[in-house]
Write a protein that binds this ligand. Structure first.
Ligand SMILES: Cc1cc2nc3c(=O)[nH]c(=O)nc-3n(C[C@H](O)[C@H](O)[C@H](O)COP(=O)(O)OP(=O)(O)OC[C@H]3O[C@@H](n4cnc5c(N)ncnc54)[C@H](O)[C@@H]3O)c2cc1C
Length: 378
């Protein structure tokens, strides 16, 4: 019997494991993948708030040289007026956010987990999870693990889906690195087009591209010769960075929203993508998941010693996350919807909103702070 069983050693799961390392609680991580580096092409923008948490987890230093600071974010819509510029200097923070590859983030967390002697069982996919008990495979055998608390951090993919609000955006994110004629100088772009947003995120000397693409165009976009892909991107994005001159291997991620929530059964709690899977347009998924992990760790640390009171813990954790997660999900879904429609009247209202945001620093900075720290109840 251990105190906590954690299903999934992805970025959110390992963050929780690290946050609990000095808690005195027994914790076992069950991870479906084999040990070793992961292969995942996505880039993740860490918010300033996430940096602060990763510093406390001892992971930030391990990411040195692998994160690229974003000092300004340029938000605009193709073919219509209105734009806004979010500046780190206005918010008195060193950066609006930091781009890192999923692979580097996962490697830094895994390195810290080894140092902290977190018990991780790799190649151990969980096949069933119930309050206080999980069943997992290890080679040809099946085993059970019993704990006061089971935490699902498996990204919402590995286990039968719980009841959830699901929305299929009929879009995929086509991701790869690209090089532009002009240096990025720390500027990220979020450019809304009728087909979906295009994000260019400074990463090293290049950009990480996240190009939201309607499902029926994904295969074609993935299959284009590099030169045609770069030309199509230039036509869609515009000339702000000059021409695009090189691109890396392209991969696509289907985009859905699935809101399962932390759960309502004592002894079984969901965090990260297992609790809320969001469109990447606002770069909220991992940032929210990291706050889930941090808050759940705080609730566990605040528990009386001895057997965890699973019902009380669930209540405190659900309360703690009550505002942040719904606000992040609503804002993300709103952005996808509001920029997806192109009638002139809507485009005009959007343009006016972007301009108003730019002209009203308190409103703009308040919005940016929410993006960096979430809607706090803590
Ligand atoms: C294109 C794209 C861009 C993104 N950009 C951003 C961004 O800029 N900022 C941001 O904050 N977020 C971003 N996200 C979201 C972010 O990637 C996710 O929110 C984050 O990876 C969630 O982490 P997680 O640990 O919850 O889940 P995952 O990353 O899915 O990890 C889950 C882990 O659980 C393991 N697992 C699965 N099933 C089982 C099982 N049955 N048993 C045991 N283990 C299991 C998996 O092998 C994996 O290691 C983006 C997502 C995409 C697709």
């Amino acid at each position: 019997m251990t105190d906590v069983v954690l299903v999934g050693g992805g970025p959110v799961g390992l963050s929780l494991a690290l946050a609990l390392r000095d808690s005195g609680r027994g914790l076992t991580v069950l991870e479906a993948r084999p040990p070793g580096p992961v292969s995942d092409a996505r880039a993740i923008v860490l918010s300033h708030g996430s940096r602060l948490i990763l510093e406390r987890l001892g992971v930030w230093a391990a990411l040195a040289g692998q994160v690229t600071a974003i000092t300004t974010i340029h938000v605009s819509q193709r073919g219509h007026f209105g734009r806004t510029l979010l500046n780190a200097a206005d918010l008195e923070v060193p950066a609006m956010g930091y781009t890192v590859t999923y692979e580097a983030l996962q490697a830094a967390l895994a390195e810290q987990a080894i140092k902290a002697e977190v018990e991780i069982r790799y190649a151990a996919p969980v096949t069933e999870a119930k309050p206080g008990r999980v069943t997992y495979r290890q080679g040809d055998t099946t085993a059970d693990l019993v704990a006061d608390l089971v935490v699902l951090a498996e990204g919402g993919r590995g286990l039968p889906l719980a009841e959830s609000t699901v929305k299929d955006y009929q879009q995929s994110a086509v991701v790869c690195w690209v090089e532009s004629e002009r240096p990025h100088a720390g500027r990220a772009y979020e450019r809304f087009t009728p087909e979906g947003p295009i994000a260019l995120l400074p990463m090293g000397s290049r950009y990480a591209l996240v190009w939201t693409t309607p499902t029926d165009q994904v295969a074609e976009r993935l299959g284009l010769a590099d030169s045609d892909f770069l030309r199509t991107l230039y036509a869609a994005f515009g000339e702000r960075q000059g021409r695009f001159v090189a691109a890396g291997v392209r991969t696509a991620f289907p985009l859905r929203m699935a809101l399962r929530g932390p759960g309502d059964t004592a002894g079984l709690v969901r965090i990260g993508n297992a609790a809320q899977l969001l469109h990447p347009v606002a770069g909220q998924g991992f940032n929210l998941g990291l706050r889930d992990a941090w808050q759940l760790a705080e609730c566990i640390l605040d528990s009386a010693s001895g057997t965890l009171d699973a019902a009380d813990l669930m209540l405190r954790y659900s309360r703690a996350r009550g505002a942040d997660v719904p606000a992040g999900a609503r804002m993300t879904d709103f952005l996808v919807d509001v920029f997806a429609h192109d009638p002139p009247v809507i485009a005009g209202l959007r343009g006016a909103a972007l301009t108003a945001l730019d002209l009203l620093p308190p409103l703009k900075n308040g919005f940016a702070r929410k993006m960096m720290h979430g809607a706090r109840t803590w």
